[in-house]
Design a protein. Structure first.
Length: 432
Protein backbone atom coordinates (compact mmCIF):
# COMPACT_ATOMS: atom_id res chain seq x y z
CA UNK A 1 0.00 0.00 0.00
CA UNK A 2 1.98 2.91 -1.34
CA UNK A 3 0.35 6.18 -0.33
CA UNK A 4 0.79 7.55 3.18
CA UNK A 5 -2.57 7.79 4.88
CA UNK A 6 -3.44 9.70 8.04
CA UNK A 7 -7.03 8.49 8.34
CA UNK A 8 -8.42 12.02 8.59
CA UNK A 9 -11.19 11.58 6.00
CA UNK A 10 -13.86 9.09 7.03
CA UNK A 11 -16.87 7.90 5.06
CA UNK A 12 -19.74 6.44 7.08
CA UNK A 13 -22.00 4.43 4.79
CA UNK A 14 -25.46 4.23 6.34
CA UNK A 15 -26.78 7.09 8.48
CA UNK A 16 -29.33 5.25 10.56
CA UNK A 17 -29.43 5.75 14.32
CA UNK A 18 -26.08 4.04 14.83
CA UNK A 19 -24.38 5.30 11.68
CA UNK A 20 -25.31 8.90 12.39
CA UNK A 21 -24.05 8.58 15.96
CA UNK A 22 -20.75 7.13 14.72
CA UNK A 23 -20.39 9.95 12.20
CA UNK A 24 -21.15 12.63 14.80
CA UNK A 25 -18.77 11.22 17.42
CA UNK A 26 -15.90 10.88 14.95
CA UNK A 27 -16.49 14.36 13.49
CA UNK A 28 -16.49 15.87 16.97
CA UNK A 29 -13.14 14.19 17.60
CA UNK A 30 -11.52 16.17 14.82
CA UNK A 31 -12.08 14.08 11.70
CA UNK A 32 -13.72 15.11 8.43
CA UNK A 33 -16.71 12.82 7.98
CA UNK A 34 -18.78 12.26 4.85
CA UNK A 35 -21.98 10.38 5.58
CA UNK A 36 -23.66 8.42 2.79
CA UNK A 37 -27.30 7.36 2.85
CA UNK A 38 -29.81 6.42 0.15
CA UNK A 39 -32.57 8.40 1.90
CA UNK A 40 -32.53 11.97 0.51
CA UNK A 41 -34.45 13.36 3.51
CA UNK A 42 -31.78 12.02 5.90
CA UNK A 43 -29.06 13.60 3.77
CA UNK A 44 -30.89 16.94 3.66
CA UNK A 45 -31.34 17.06 7.42
CA UNK A 46 -27.69 16.27 8.13
CA UNK A 47 -26.66 18.99 5.70
CA UNK A 48 -28.77 21.40 7.74
CA UNK A 49 -27.07 20.32 10.96
CA UNK A 50 -30.11 18.36 12.12
CA UNK A 51 -30.55 14.80 13.33
CA UNK A 52 -33.36 12.63 11.99
CA UNK A 53 -32.83 10.37 15.02
CA UNK A 54 -34.68 11.41 18.17
CA UNK A 55 -34.53 10.25 21.80
CA UNK A 56 -30.77 9.75 21.68
CA UNK A 57 -29.21 11.90 24.42
CA UNK A 58 -26.49 14.19 23.08
CA UNK A 59 -26.84 13.21 19.43
CA UNK A 60 -28.73 16.25 18.14
CA UNK A 61 -26.22 18.59 19.76
CA UNK A 62 -23.27 16.63 18.35
CA UNK A 63 -24.69 16.68 14.81
CA UNK A 64 -25.28 20.42 15.04
CA UNK A 65 -21.75 21.04 16.35
CA UNK A 66 -20.16 18.85 13.68
CA UNK A 67 -22.10 20.71 10.99
CA UNK A 68 -21.17 24.13 12.36
CA UNK A 69 -17.46 23.22 12.44
CA UNK A 70 -17.75 21.92 8.86
CA UNK A 71 -16.59 18.45 9.84
CA UNK A 72 -19.76 16.60 8.83
CA UNK A 73 -21.77 16.59 5.67
CA UNK A 74 -23.83 13.98 3.84
CA UNK A 75 -24.50 12.70 0.34
CA UNK A 76 -26.81 10.10 -1.16
CA UNK A 77 -23.99 9.11 -3.54
CA UNK A 78 -21.92 6.44 -1.79
CA UNK A 79 -19.32 6.59 -4.56
CA UNK A 80 -18.77 10.30 -3.86
CA UNK A 81 -18.14 9.66 -0.17
CA UNK A 82 -15.84 6.67 -0.68
CA UNK A 83 -13.64 8.44 -3.25
CA UNK A 84 -12.68 11.02 -0.61
CA UNK A 85 -12.15 8.60 2.27
CA UNK A 86 -9.10 7.14 3.97
CA UNK A 87 -11.45 5.06 6.13
CA UNK A 88 -14.80 3.65 5.04
CA UNK A 89 -17.12 2.50 7.85
CA UNK A 90 -20.12 0.42 6.79
CA UNK A 91 -23.21 0.31 9.00
CA UNK A 92 -25.93 -0.84 6.59
CA UNK A 93 -28.53 -3.37 7.80
CA UNK A 94 -28.36 -7.10 7.16
CA UNK A 95 -31.71 -8.55 8.15
CA UNK A 96 -33.78 -11.71 7.70
CA UNK A 97 -36.78 -12.19 5.44
CA UNK A 98 -40.16 -13.76 6.20
CA UNK A 99 -38.60 -17.22 5.92
CA UNK A 100 -35.82 -16.26 8.34
CA UNK A 101 -33.25 -16.34 5.53
CA UNK A 102 -30.51 -13.71 5.52
CA UNK A 103 -31.46 -10.60 3.55
CA UNK A 104 -28.37 -8.95 2.03
CA UNK A 105 -30.07 -6.54 -0.36
CA UNK A 106 -29.02 -3.30 1.34
CA UNK A 107 -25.52 -4.43 2.23
CA UNK A 108 -24.79 -5.87 -1.21
CA UNK A 109 -25.88 -2.60 -2.81
CA UNK A 110 -23.59 -0.62 -0.50
CA UNK A 111 -20.62 -2.96 -1.04
CA UNK A 112 -20.97 -2.69 -4.82
CA UNK A 113 -20.88 1.12 -4.60
CA UNK A 114 -17.88 1.04 -2.25
CA UNK A 115 -16.01 -1.27 -4.62
CA UNK A 116 -16.52 1.14 -7.53
CA UNK A 117 -14.79 4.00 -5.73
CA UNK A 118 -12.32 2.52 -3.25
CA UNK A 119 -8.78 3.88 -3.47
CA UNK A 120 -5.60 1.95 -2.88
CA UNK A 121 -4.63 2.06 0.80
CA UNK A 122 -8.18 2.64 2.09
CA UNK A 123 -9.31 0.89 5.28
CA UNK A 124 -12.79 -0.63 5.04
CA UNK A 125 -14.46 -1.42 8.35
CA UNK A 126 -17.74 -3.33 8.59
CA UNK A 127 -19.72 -2.57 11.77
CA UNK A 128 -23.02 -4.23 10.85
CA UNK A 129 -23.76 -7.56 12.53
CA UNK A 130 -23.25 -10.26 9.89
CA UNK A 131 -23.00 -14.06 9.61
CA UNK A 132 -19.57 -15.46 10.42
CA UNK A 133 -17.27 -15.35 7.40
CA UNK A 134 -19.16 -12.72 5.42
CA UNK A 135 -16.67 -9.87 5.86
CA UNK A 136 -13.92 -11.94 4.25
CA UNK A 137 -15.81 -14.25 1.91
CA UNK A 138 -18.76 -12.17 0.71
CA UNK A 139 -18.02 -8.46 1.11
CA UNK A 140 -14.23 -8.52 0.85
CA UNK A 141 -14.35 -10.80 -2.20
CA UNK A 142 -16.92 -8.57 -3.90
CA UNK A 143 -14.75 -5.47 -3.35
CA UNK A 144 -11.79 -7.35 -4.80
CA UNK A 145 -13.81 -8.57 -7.78
CA UNK A 146 -15.12 -5.13 -8.77
CA UNK A 147 -12.15 -2.94 -7.82
CA UNK A 148 -9.33 -5.22 -8.90
CA UNK A 149 -7.63 -4.55 -5.55
CA UNK A 150 -6.53 -7.27 -3.12
CA UNK A 151 -7.68 -7.27 0.51
CA UNK A 152 -4.76 -7.18 2.90
CA UNK A 153 -2.41 -5.96 0.17
CA UNK A 154 -4.12 -3.04 -1.60
CA UNK A 155 -6.76 -2.20 1.01
CA UNK A 156 -7.26 -2.97 4.69
CA UNK A 157 -10.25 -5.10 5.68
CA UNK A 158 -11.60 -4.89 9.25
CA UNK A 159 -14.65 -6.00 11.21
CA UNK A 160 -15.69 -4.27 14.43
CA UNK A 161 -19.30 -4.83 15.52
CA UNK A 162 -21.54 -2.10 16.88
CA UNK A 163 -22.47 -2.84 20.50
CA UNK A 164 -24.99 -0.21 21.50
CA UNK A 165 -28.48 0.13 22.97
CA UNK A 166 -31.15 2.52 21.74
CA UNK A 167 -31.56 5.66 23.88
CA UNK A 168 -27.93 5.52 24.98
CA UNK A 169 -25.97 5.02 21.74
CA UNK A 170 -23.53 7.91 22.22
CA UNK A 171 -22.80 6.78 25.78
CA UNK A 172 -22.29 3.16 24.74
CA UNK A 173 -19.94 4.09 21.90
CA UNK A 174 -17.64 5.63 24.50
CA UNK A 175 -18.01 3.01 27.23
CA UNK A 176 -18.08 -0.39 25.51
CA UNK A 177 -14.75 -1.91 24.44
CA UNK A 178 -14.43 -1.97 20.65
CA UNK A 179 -13.91 -5.56 19.53
CA UNK A 180 -11.74 -5.48 16.39
CA UNK A 181 -10.79 -8.25 13.97
CA UNK A 182 -8.89 -7.82 10.71
CA UNK A 183 -7.57 -9.67 7.69
CA UNK A 184 -3.95 -9.26 8.81
CA UNK A 185 -1.85 -7.70 11.54
CA UNK A 186 -1.21 -4.50 9.58
CA UNK A 187 -4.96 -3.91 9.16
CA UNK A 188 -5.54 -4.71 12.83
CA UNK A 189 -2.91 -2.28 14.07
CA UNK A 190 -4.23 0.50 11.87
CA UNK A 191 -7.83 -0.11 13.00
CA UNK A 192 -6.85 -0.11 16.69
CA UNK A 193 -5.00 3.17 16.26
CA UNK A 194 -7.93 4.69 14.38
CA UNK A 195 -10.57 3.76 16.96
CA UNK A 196 -8.49 4.99 19.89
CA UNK A 197 -8.22 8.42 18.27
CA UNK A 198 -11.56 8.67 16.46
CA UNK A 199 -13.78 7.33 19.23
CA UNK A 200 -11.52 7.61 22.27
CA UNK A 201 -12.65 4.19 23.43
CA UNK A 202 -11.02 1.07 24.81
CA UNK A 203 -10.15 -1.46 22.11
CA UNK A 204 -10.17 -5.25 22.22
CA UNK A 205 -8.23 -6.74 19.29
CA UNK A 206 -9.05 -10.36 18.44
CA UNK A 207 -7.29 -12.89 16.24
CA UNK A 208 -9.46 -12.79 13.12
CA UNK A 209 -12.37 -11.24 11.27
CA UNK A 210 -14.41 -14.34 12.06
CA UNK A 211 -13.76 -14.13 15.81
CA UNK A 212 -15.09 -10.57 15.89
CA UNK A 213 -18.14 -11.54 13.81
CA UNK A 214 -18.83 -14.58 16.00
CA UNK A 215 -18.55 -12.57 19.22
CA UNK A 216 -21.34 -10.16 18.27
CA UNK A 217 -23.80 -12.87 17.26
CA UNK A 218 -22.89 -14.84 20.39
CA UNK A 219 -23.83 -11.84 22.56
CA UNK A 220 -27.32 -11.80 21.04
CA UNK A 221 -27.75 -15.57 21.27
CA UNK A 222 -26.80 -15.46 24.95
CA UNK A 223 -29.49 -12.88 25.67
CA UNK A 224 -32.09 -14.76 23.63
CA UNK A 225 -31.34 -18.04 25.41
CA UNK A 226 -31.36 -16.33 28.80
CA UNK A 227 -34.75 -14.74 28.12
CA UNK A 228 -36.13 -18.05 26.82
CA UNK A 229 -34.97 -19.77 29.99
CA UNK A 230 -36.61 -17.23 32.27
CA UNK A 231 -39.80 -17.33 30.17
CA UNK A 232 -39.94 -21.10 30.50
CA UNK A 233 -39.37 -20.81 34.24
CA UNK A 234 -42.02 -18.07 34.48
CA UNK A 235 -44.62 -20.34 32.95
CA UNK A 236 -43.68 -23.07 35.41
CA UNK A 237 -43.71 -20.59 38.30
CA UNK A 238 -47.23 -19.57 37.31
CA UNK A 239 -48.33 -23.21 37.55
CA UNK A 240 -46.81 -23.44 41.02
CA UNK A 241 -48.19 -20.14 42.28
CA UNK A 242 -44.72 -18.61 42.59
CA UNK A 243 -43.90 -14.98 41.70
CA UNK A 244 -41.18 -15.11 39.07
CA UNK A 245 -40.04 -11.52 39.65
CA UNK A 246 -39.17 -12.41 43.23
CA UNK A 247 -37.38 -15.54 42.02
CA UNK A 248 -35.23 -13.48 39.63
CA UNK A 249 -34.31 -11.00 42.35
CA UNK A 250 -33.49 -13.73 44.85
CA UNK A 251 -31.57 -15.90 42.36
CA UNK A 252 -29.51 -12.99 41.06
CA UNK A 253 -28.26 -12.20 44.57
CA UNK A 254 -25.89 -15.09 43.85
CA UNK A 255 -23.11 -13.59 41.68
CA UNK A 256 -23.09 -16.42 39.12
CA UNK A 257 -26.82 -16.05 38.34
CA UNK A 258 -27.82 -13.52 35.67
CA UNK A 259 -31.47 -14.30 34.95
CA UNK A 260 -33.15 -11.71 32.73
CA UNK A 261 -36.77 -10.60 33.08
CA UNK A 262 -39.64 -12.65 31.60
CA UNK A 263 -41.97 -11.09 29.05
CA UNK A 264 -44.39 -11.69 26.22
CA UNK A 265 -41.75 -11.69 23.51
CA UNK A 266 -38.49 -10.27 22.19
CA UNK A 267 -38.30 -7.64 19.46
CA UNK A 268 -35.93 -5.28 17.69
CA UNK A 269 -33.09 -5.46 15.18
CA UNK A 270 -30.87 -7.73 17.26
CA UNK A 271 -32.15 -10.58 19.42
CA UNK A 272 -34.92 -11.95 17.15
CA UNK A 273 -32.73 -11.67 14.03
CA UNK A 274 -29.07 -12.41 14.68
CA UNK A 275 -29.46 -15.95 16.09
CA UNK A 276 -30.51 -16.95 12.57
CA UNK A 277 -27.01 -15.98 11.40
CA UNK A 278 -25.87 -19.06 13.34
CA UNK A 279 -28.95 -21.20 12.64
CA UNK A 280 -28.70 -20.68 8.87
CA UNK A 281 -24.96 -21.30 8.77
CA UNK A 282 -24.67 -24.70 10.39
CA UNK A 283 -26.35 -24.57 13.82
CA UNK A 284 -29.90 -25.71 13.00
CA UNK A 285 -30.53 -27.55 16.27
CA UNK A 286 -29.95 -26.90 19.94
CA UNK A 287 -30.47 -24.04 22.39
CA UNK A 288 -30.11 -21.29 19.80
CA UNK A 289 -33.06 -22.55 17.76
CA UNK A 290 -35.09 -23.58 20.81
CA UNK A 291 -34.77 -20.11 22.34
CA UNK A 292 -36.19 -18.50 19.20
CA UNK A 293 -39.16 -20.90 19.33
CA UNK A 294 -39.83 -20.31 23.02
CA UNK A 295 -39.65 -16.53 22.85
CA UNK A 296 -41.81 -16.18 19.75
CA UNK A 297 -44.39 -18.50 21.33
CA UNK A 298 -44.82 -16.22 24.36
CA UNK A 299 -47.37 -14.11 22.50
CA UNK A 300 -49.60 -17.15 22.02
CA UNK A 301 -49.12 -18.14 25.66
CA UNK A 302 -50.15 -14.65 26.77
CA UNK A 303 -53.25 -14.49 24.58
CA UNK A 304 -54.23 -17.97 25.79
CA UNK A 305 -54.19 -16.61 29.35
CA UNK A 306 -56.22 -13.59 28.30
CA UNK A 307 -58.77 -15.74 26.49
CA UNK A 308 -59.28 -17.99 29.50
CA UNK A 309 -60.42 -14.98 31.50
CA UNK A 310 -63.04 -14.05 28.91
CA UNK A 311 -64.05 -17.51 27.78
CA UNK A 312 -63.84 -16.16 24.23
CA UNK A 313 -62.15 -13.13 22.70
CA UNK A 314 -64.55 -12.98 19.79
CA UNK A 315 -65.99 -9.46 19.56
CA UNK A 316 -63.95 -8.22 22.54
CA UNK A 317 -62.28 -4.82 22.33
CA UNK A 318 -58.62 -5.31 23.21
CA UNK A 319 -56.16 -2.41 23.55
CA UNK A 320 -52.42 -2.97 23.14
CA UNK A 321 -50.18 -0.37 24.76
CA UNK A 322 -47.13 0.00 22.56
CA UNK A 323 -46.56 -0.67 18.88
CA UNK A 324 -42.79 -0.31 19.40
CA UNK A 325 -40.73 -3.38 20.16
CA UNK A 326 -39.68 -1.88 23.50
CA UNK A 327 -40.11 1.15 25.72
CA UNK A 328 -39.26 4.69 24.65
CA UNK A 329 -38.16 3.92 21.09
CA UNK A 330 -39.92 4.44 17.78
CA UNK A 331 -39.15 1.14 16.12
CA UNK A 332 -41.45 -1.70 15.03
CA UNK A 333 -38.92 -4.24 13.73
CA UNK A 334 -39.92 -7.68 15.03
CA UNK A 335 -42.16 -6.07 17.67
CA UNK A 336 -44.07 -8.56 19.80
CA UNK A 337 -47.14 -6.46 19.02
CA UNK A 338 -47.11 -7.88 15.49
CA UNK A 339 -47.34 -11.41 16.92
CA UNK A 340 -50.07 -10.34 19.34
CA UNK A 341 -52.08 -8.88 16.46
CA UNK A 342 -51.93 -12.23 14.65
CA UNK A 343 -53.11 -14.12 17.73
CA UNK A 344 -55.95 -11.70 18.46
CA UNK A 345 -57.13 -11.68 14.85
CA UNK A 346 -57.30 -15.49 14.83
CA UNK A 347 -59.59 -15.33 17.86
CA UNK A 348 -61.93 -12.70 16.49
CA UNK A 349 -61.01 -9.80 18.77
CA UNK A 350 -61.28 -6.15 17.77
CA UNK A 351 -57.85 -4.63 18.38
CA UNK A 352 -56.80 -1.07 19.16
CA UNK A 353 -53.31 0.34 19.67
CA UNK A 354 -52.01 3.32 21.60
CA UNK A 355 -48.39 4.40 21.19
CA UNK A 356 -47.19 7.95 21.95
CA UNK A 357 -44.15 7.41 19.73
CA UNK A 358 -46.31 7.14 16.60
CA UNK A 359 -48.95 9.24 14.86
CA UNK A 360 -52.40 7.80 14.22
CA UNK A 361 -51.54 7.54 10.53
CA UNK A 362 -48.38 5.58 11.27
CA UNK A 363 -50.25 3.13 13.49
CA UNK A 364 -53.04 2.68 10.94
CA UNK A 365 -50.48 1.50 8.36
CA UNK A 366 -50.25 -1.75 10.33
CA UNK A 367 -53.93 -2.49 9.70
CA UNK A 368 -55.03 -1.69 13.23
CA UNK A 369 -57.08 1.12 14.73
CA UNK A 370 -55.19 3.77 16.76
CA UNK A 371 -56.74 4.88 20.03
CA UNK A 372 -56.15 8.11 21.91
CA UNK A 373 -56.80 8.15 25.64
CA UNK A 374 -59.11 11.11 25.07
CA UNK A 375 -61.28 9.03 22.73
CA UNK A 376 -64.68 7.90 24.05
CA UNK A 377 -63.81 4.41 22.82
CA UNK A 378 -61.69 3.97 25.95
CA UNK A 379 -64.97 3.34 27.79
CA UNK A 380 -65.61 0.27 25.61
CA UNK A 381 -62.25 -1.46 26.07
CA UNK A 382 -62.65 -4.97 27.52
CA UNK A 383 -58.99 -5.82 28.01
CA UNK A 384 -55.62 -4.06 27.99
CA UNK A 385 -52.19 -5.50 27.13
CA UNK A 386 -49.03 -3.71 28.25
CA UNK A 387 -46.44 -4.44 25.56
CA UNK A 388 -43.97 -1.50 25.49
CA UNK A 389 -43.73 0.45 28.73
CA UNK A 390 -43.24 3.97 27.35
CA UNK A 391 -42.62 6.76 29.84
CA UNK A 392 -46.17 8.25 29.57
CA UNK A 393 -47.65 4.91 30.66
CA UNK A 394 -46.01 5.24 34.08
CA UNK A 395 -48.73 7.69 35.10
CA UNK A 396 -51.59 6.11 33.15
CA UNK A 397 -54.84 6.03 35.13
CA UNK A 398 -56.53 2.74 34.23
CA UNK A 399 -59.85 4.06 35.50
CA UNK A 400 -60.33 5.54 32.01
CA UNK A 401 -61.20 1.97 31.00
CA UNK A 402 -64.34 1.45 33.12
CA UNK A 403 -65.44 -1.67 31.23
CA UNK A 404 -62.02 -3.31 31.33
CA UNK A 405 -62.11 -6.77 32.87
CA UNK A 406 -58.48 -7.89 32.46
CA UNK A 407 -55.07 -6.19 32.28
CA UNK A 408 -52.34 -8.38 30.85
CA UNK A 409 -49.01 -6.95 32.00
CA UNK A 410 -46.63 -8.36 29.42
CA UNK A 411 -43.59 -6.67 30.98
CA UNK A 412 -44.37 -7.09 34.70
CA UNK A 413 -44.14 -3.33 35.25
CA UNK A 414 -47.60 -2.27 36.44
CA UNK A 415 -48.85 -2.00 40.01
CA UNK A 416 -50.92 -5.13 40.61
CA UNK A 417 -52.65 -3.69 43.68
CA UNK A 418 -53.76 -0.53 41.86
CA UNK A 419 -55.11 -2.54 38.93
CA UNK A 420 -56.94 -4.95 41.22
CA UNK A 421 -58.41 -2.09 43.27
CA UNK A 422 -60.24 -0.97 40.11
CA UNK A 423 -61.97 -4.34 39.91
CA UNK A 424 -59.79 -5.54 37.04
CA UNK A 425 -58.02 -8.89 36.89
CA UNK A 426 -54.25 -8.45 36.77
CA UNK A 427 -52.22 -11.04 34.83
CA UNK A 428 -48.44 -10.92 34.64
CA UNK A 429 -45.85 -13.25 33.17
CA UNK A 430 -45.03 -15.59 36.02
CA UNK A 431 -47.18 -13.48 38.35
CA UNK A 432 -50.71 -14.45 39.36
Amino acid sequence: MERKIEDKNVAVVGLGKIGLALAAVIANNGYRVIGADINPSVVSLVNEGKSHVKNEPGLEEMVKRAYETKRLYATYQTVEAVKQADVVMVIVPVLIDQNNETDYRYMDLAVNEIAKAIQKGTMVIFETTVPVGDTRNRFGKKIEEISGLVAGEDFHLVYSPERVYSNRIVEDLANYPKVIGAINIESLQRAVSFYKKAMKCETMPVSSLETAEFSKVAECVYRDVNIALVNELAKFASMKGVAMDEVVQASNSQPFSHLHKPGIGVGGHCIPIYPFFFINKGLPKGLTTLARTINDAMSEYAIDKLEREFGSLSGRNILILGLSFRENVKEVTKSTTLLLLEQLAQRGASVWINDPQFSKEEIAKYGVTPLSFSDEMTEQIDGVIMQAYHEPYRTLDFSIFPKCKVVLDGRNVLNKEEISALGMKYIGIGIE
